[in-house]
Design a protein around this ligand. Sequence first.
Ligand SMILES: [Fe+2]
Ligand SMILES: [Fe+2]
Length: 202
Amino acid sequence: MNIKTILENIVNDNILHAKWLNTLSYMENAGAKKISASEHKENVNLIILKHAAEEHRHAYYLKKQLDKLDGDLCKTYTNNELLAPNDTKFYLNALDVAVCRYLKQHFNLHGYELKFAAYLFVTYAIEVRADELYPVYQDVLTASGSKVTVKSIILEEEGHLEEMLNQLKTFSEDWEKHAELVIKIEQDMFHSWMQNLNKQIA
Ligand SMILES: [Fe+2]
Ligand SMILES: [Fe+2]
């Protein structure tokens, strides 16, 4: 299964492309809400505020890109306006639950500490994914001459990955070992998401 081929098939079909943009917007919005939900009541730094604001912007920006496609499509996040809606809606929560379980076992964390550690590792995995997926999508957009662009998102996601790396380094000395495992969990989820998405568009 080749991600680029899947994205080419999507971009070549106006309705599928609209649903894809809407699906990415949904994911970004879910990510933004997750970041805000993991905030401490008082101890909120600039990086967390910036990160939540930018993920919200991505959700809005992707929704706005729909104006560039014909048909006035995908006004809401209902299932028939998303690709692989079940996977799309469960992905982030399922990843969060799996990572929380892992962190509980290995760091014996609870309450806010656990929430914050999960924010670090889950967001890290998502930023790695974003840094892989958006550039492939942009290449497909450019090659097809589409008016849609995600260049501004790519720039900000690169910044996020950098910020998550810095935070992880201060969280634990052997963060890399744990991050690798979290990446593995995310990869499995991403592949089943892509598989179901591919089935839907075939
Ligand atoms: Fe984002
Ligand atoms: Fe991000």
